[in-house]
Each structure stands twice: as structure tokens, then as C-alpha cells.
Design a protein around this ligand. Structure first.
Ligand code: DGJ
Length: 527
């Protein structure tokens, strides 16, 4: 596909230090939800689900498409479900991300078709150190890789045929939470042979050239092993060898699958991670070893150039830390899975506002009971999408949420305890104070603030106040000049009340109530 054509289909575009997803010429943020694993295997089952996804406020659905149903018999491809899902999404004005459950889903090969699962001679299994077969096809099987790539390429060709003009399908997730469990590395014969070989020079060259910007875990392990630029996996990577070795080989396999798919229809493709380690000292193998976790990001980047980015499935408490880790060296943030609790309604403000997330998507969205606070967050973000995307990559936007973890500090100005934070944005110092008490099971204080000019701010979200001060060392009086509440309609501002007097403490403070809303403030200073 030539360049001008590939710019017409969903694609990623670099803007400043960030990456945006473009759909039909406009940047797009996927306000999503991922279906339960089995929901999209039946179009009849999906019938009652679609309208609920719409009323929840989603614009994108993440839906599994499995190898076992696409190619139940070798060489016989069936896209009935794919077509039905595309049709269902279009009818409900929704976009889709397909999740290719191919050779692996959660480190197991349970979604491989029966003709793959039952032929261990042709498609050998990964083995533990006791030489026991696991439930996963080994990533060292060329036959499996070719068969998976063949099916995936056919899927992408089909999507191109039926959706190359309309662009309902925006992205593909290639496999799901890969890696090997219960052992740090695969011990099947093919794997053992590969482990005895030298590390490929493509990888050692990369390590040498990027030694100072590798993830700290990889950098430390490599240095500890003597900063070698050639040798076996054990010699070069020391204690990290098993995980690095598995990451390299999973990534090479998946790169071949993605490459075959992109040759047919080059829309963005990514892999998702079962996170690990999740606590100090957790060993690879108790989370999938070799999966696309943050500390293996460099390995995946070199081994899988056809994978556009690595995406975390975030079920852990410290949502913000994981987002930061996955922004390493320009990796765009996409969150295909997250908890669907009330905190999600706040986390989406943080992910989108602070990290320019391409997508936020709680898992098991078809089980979410309405009313859910996510709907109000999605509605607000959706109406603000043209403004948000305009300011992505400019350094003029922040996003935040109260997760009760590290938001308590002391104000540099008043010395008083502050549940919130202070930051510089535009011309002024902002003090954001969380007024909504943090309670589990309730949507937390959260929001987005954009400095549209040096003295003008869009403030969106709920449960906080904002005050303005001159930057440190300046001693001017700073106050609100005008403050308007309102809403955005397709990116255009529609003003409501002018807020003054009691509603802004006579120009001193912006009060954001406990439901999502938006306002615009102009700020001024005087001696
Ligand atoms: C993570 C997987 O990627 C999902 O498909 C699903 O199995 C969830 N775990 C279940 O919590």
C-alpha cells in the first residue's frame, strides 16, 4: 500500500513528543471497553450487548476474534463472525479493535484451532525444566508461526476488503498476554538449542548503541553481567537472560504474524501485557516470562518493528505508575484492559490528559451495570475530543486523578496540608485541591486542565478546586478575570452561566462540583 493510501486508513501520527491515532483525517481517542472473552463468538449474543455499550458512552469496542473460529479446519477460513461484528458496530456507530486470539491467549494456546492443538509433532509444546509439555505451543515452532501468520494475513486481507473504505476497525491486538508460565524459560529441545547460541547482533548492537536509555532493569542486568557486546544469552544478560531470551523469541514470532497482516492491511498493531513483576522479587514465570512487560520494552522494540507499541493491562492499584512506565522512550499509551470499577471514571482523565492515551478500555464492559460513572467521564471527554487532541504533545495539558496513593502533600504557599498537587501551567502556578473525599467505590476527584493561552484555562472534571498564583519569585496578585461554565459541542464552546461572587469567591477560586463539568477561566495579575 503506498503512503498516500496508508494515510487514509487508520494510522498513527507523531505530534511533538506524542503519538495520535488518526481516523478519517482526524485525531481520535478510543473511549473503549473490552468484551468478555466469549461474547463476540456469537452474533446473537451480541445483539442485546451493542445498545448497552452505546448507552455507556463508548465510542470503541475491543472484541476478540479467535483463530479457532476463523480457521476451524486448516485452510478453510470463515469470516462470518468478523463481518457480523463489523456490521453490528457500524449499526451502533461504534469503532472496533479486534483482539487476535491466535497461538496464545494468556500464555496458553487454548484459542488455537483443534488441528493445531492436537498435532504436537507439527506444533510442539513449550516445556518446563522437568521436560513436561505445557498447554502452550512453543514460540520456537516455525510451523506454528507460519500457520498463525497465514490465518492472520487472511483476516487482514478480509478486513481490508470489507472495511478498507469505511474504517470501522481501527487497530489489531496481535495475540493476548503472551509469555510462558510456570518456568522462567521454555526448555523444549528447540528452545534449548536456541538458548545455547549467541545473542543476535541486531540485539547486541542495539544494546550497545542505546546503553544509556534502556529501561533501568535491563541496563543494570547488562552492566552487572559485564556490559558485553557479544556472547550467549547468559553471558550478555546474566540474571535477566531467561526473560530476555523469551521476550526476544516471542517478539520475533509475533513480528512475523504482524508483518504478514500488515502486508495485507497496515493499520496499527500492538501487543498487550500481563504485568510483571507485580511485587519486589516476583520471578518471571509466575507472570508470563517474555511477555511485553515494561522492563522488556527495549527487547520487544528491536525484535518486533511491525508492532507499533506495547500496551499494559492495568488491574493493579498503582495505575499511574504503570502508565508512566509504559511511556518509556516514546511508547504511546493504550490501555486495552483495566478494572471497570468507579476508579476507572477517574483514571480515564489521568490517562488521556496526562499521557495522551490512545485508548482507555475497562475489561468485561458487557457486565458493567448502569448507571456507571464512566458514562459521564466518557461523555465529557467525547465532547472535548477536538480540544484535547489539539493540545496533545504541546506540554499545555495535564490530567490527574485522586487514587489516595501519593496525592497528599503540603502547599508551598500556605504550608497547609493539601490533598492534591501544585504545578506550573501557562503563565501561572496552579494549586489543585481535591475537595471530594477519597472513598472506595465512589468516583474520585479527577480532571484535565488545558492552558489554551498563557492566561486562559479550560478546566474539566469533578471534585476539586483550582487557585492561581504567580510563579515562584514573582509576587503579583493573581485573580480570575472571567469564569464561564458551559459545554463543548463538536469542539465549539457553548457558554452557560458567568460564575462570579459566591460561585468563585469573587474571582479567587474555581469550584468543580462532584459531577463532571467544564469551565473556561481567564486569569490576570496586578501589582
Ligand atoms: C486478562 C486477559 O487478557 C483477559 O482476556 C481476561 O482473561 C482477563 N485477564 C480476566 O480477568
Amino acid at each position: 500500500m503506498n503512503e498516500s493510501l496508508s494515510n487514509k486508513i487508520p494510522h498513527l501520527h507523531k505530534k511533538g513528543d506524542t503519538t495520535q491515532l488518526f481516523v478519517d483525517g482526524e485525531p481520535f481517542i478510543m473511549l473503549g471497553g473490552e468484551l468478555h472473552n466469549s461474547s463476540s463468538s456469537s452474533l446473537a449474543y451480541m445483539e442485546s450487548i451493542w445498545p448497552r455499550l452505546v448507552s455507556l458512552g463508548l465510542n470503541t469496542v475491543l472484541a476478540p476474534v479467535s483463530w479457532e473460529l476463523v480457521e476451524p479446519v486448516e485452510g478453510k477460513l470463515d469470516f462470518t463472525l468478523v463481518d457480523g461484528l463489523i456490521e453490528g458496530a457500524r449499526k451502533h456507530n461504534l469503532k472496533l479493535v479486534f483482539l487476535w486470539f491466535g497461538t496464545w491467549k494468556n500464555a496458553s494456546s487454548s484459542y488455537a484451532p483443534p488441528w493445531v492443538k492436537t498435532n504436537l509433532e507439527r506444533f510442539p509444546r513449550a516445556q518446563t525444566s522437568q521436560g513436561k509439555n505445557t498447554d502452550a505451543v512453543t514460540c520456537f515452532s516455525r510451523a506454528a508461526c507460519e500457520a498463525d501468520a497465514h490465518a492472520f494475513a487472511a483476516l487482514m486481507r478480509h478486513i481490508c476488503e470489507v472495511d478498507g473504505q469505511e474504517h470501522t476497525v481501527l487497530m489489531l491486538q496481535v495475540e493476548n498476554e503472551v509469555g510462558i508460565l510456570r518456568t522462567t524459560r521454555d526448555r523444549c529441545e528447540l528452545a534449548e538449542r536456541a538458548f545455547a547460541q549467541d545473542v543476535p547482533t541486531t540485539l547486541t548492537d542495539y544494546i550497545r548503541e542505546h546503553a544509556n536509555c534502556l529501561t533501568s532493569y535491563l541496563q543494570n542486568a547488562w552492566k552487572k553481567a559485564g556490559s558485553k557486546t557479544a556472547g550467549t544469552w547468559k553471558e550478555v544478560f546474566g540474571e535477566a537472560a531467561d526473560e530476555v531470551f523469551m521476550a526476544w523469541h516471542f517478539a520475533r514470532y509475533i513480528n512475523s504474524v504482524a508483518k504478514a497482516g500488515k502486508a495485507e492491511y497496515p493499520i496499527p498493531m500492538y501487543v498487550n501485557a500481563w504485568l510483571g513483576p507485580q511485587y519486589e522479587g516476583q520471578l518471571p514465570g509466575s507472570y508470563p516470562s517474555g511477555g511485553p512487560v515494561a522492563r522488556m520494552m527495549d527487547i520487544w522494540r528491536v525484535a518486533a518493528p511491525n508492532i507499533d507499541f506495547l500496551a499494559p493491562d492495568i488491574y493493579v492499584e498503582d495505575f499511574r505508575r504503570v502508565c508512566c512506565e509504559f511511556r518509556h522512550s516514546g511508547n504511546p499509551l493504550m490501555i486495552p484492559e483495566a478494572r471497570s470499577d468507579e476508579q476507572a471514571a477517574g483514571n480515564v482523565f489521568y490517562a488521556v490528559g496526562q499521557h495522551d492515551a490512545l485508548c482507555f478500555s475497562p475489561f468485561a464492559i458487557d457486565s458493567v451495570v448502569e448507571p456507571h460513572p464512566l458514562t459521564a467521564s466518557y461523555r465529557l471527554l467525547s465532547e472535548m475530543m477536538p480540544i484535547i487532541t489539539k493540545y496533545q504533545g504541546t506540554g499545555r495539558m495535564i490530567g490527574f486523578t485522586d487514587d489516595s496513593l501519593v496525592n497528599v502533600g503540603y502547599s508551598a504557599y500556605t504550608g497547609r496540608e493539601l490533598r492534591g498537587f501544585e504545578c506550573e501551567l501557562g503563565r501561572y502556578q496552579l494549586q489543585v485541591h481535591f475537595t471530594k473525599p477519597f472513598e472506595k467505590g465512589k468516583v474520585p476527584a479527577s480532571g484535565i486542565i488545558i492552558a489554551t493561552r498563557d492566561d486562559e484555562y479550560i478546566v474539566a472534571g469533578l471534585g476539586f478546586t483550582v487557585t492561581f498564583a504567580s510563579k515562584p519569585k514573582e509576587t503579583k496578585n493573581v485573580e480570575i478575570l472571567t469564569l464561564d461554565e458551559g459545554r463543548f459541542e463538536k469542539g465549539k464552546w457553548v457558554a452557560g452561566r458567568r460564575l462570579n461572587g459566591d460561585e468563585s469567591l469573587s474571582g479567587k477560586i474555581i469550584y468543580m462540583r462532584n459531577e463532571p463539568s467544564v469551565c473556561i477561566a481567564k486569569i490576570y495579575e496586578y501589582p
